[in-house]
Design a protein around this ligand. Structure first.
Ligand SMILES: [Cu+2]
Length: 159
């Protein structure tokens, strides 16, 4: 009886190991070169006070949010600086190039935290940012001039 039980336990172990090996090979996406295009943008909205009152509360400080008081015609505007896309998802081991075009804002001095990759995006120019995504995790893509809105995420999926 004990021998039979031991045999069943061993067989279950073998099956589990085989299933594990299959799952691993199915998930083994080879590391690739990735080029991801992004933009630095500033979506904007506006309206006249006759239609919508100017908001009473200030927006969070940091340069990322702009709230312009009504002009002589009563029009007020709101905008935010953003990365588009705001999340970049790659696999660990990928050779990543971000090609980032500056559309709004004169410049965006930035860092990918945790990777210590620094770059500056200027209006009308494409900044190429190349690095190997060797660390898994979530890392902030942080513009020093436009907080808190211009914080993206580099998501590196583990192998
Ligand atoms: Cu910026």
């Amino acid at each position: 009886m004990k021998t039979k039980l031991a045999l069943v336990v061993v067989m279950l172990g073998v099956i589990a190991a085989l299933l594990g090996a299959c799952a691993q090979s199915a998930n083994a996406i080879p590391a690739t070169k990735r080029t991801i295009t992004m933009t630095a943008v500033e979506p904007k909205g506006g309206v006249v006070v006759a239609q919508e009152a100017f908001p009473k509360d200030a927006l969070p400080a940091g340069g990322g949010y702009l709230l312009k008081a009504p002009d002589k015609d009563g029009r007020w505007e709101v905008s935010a600086y953003r990365w588009d896309p705001n999340q970049v998802i790659v696999n660990q081991g990928d050779e990543v190039t971000l090609e980032i075009l500056g559309i709004n804002g004169a410049e965006h001095p930035s860092v990918i935290e945790g990777y210590n990759v620094t770059f500056n995006v200027k209006r009308g120019q494409v900044s190429k940012v190349t690095f190997k995504a060797d660390k898994a995790g979530v890392f902030k893509i942080n513009c020093g001039s436009h907080q808190p809105s211009m914080v993206g995420e580099l998501i590196v999926l583990p192998r």
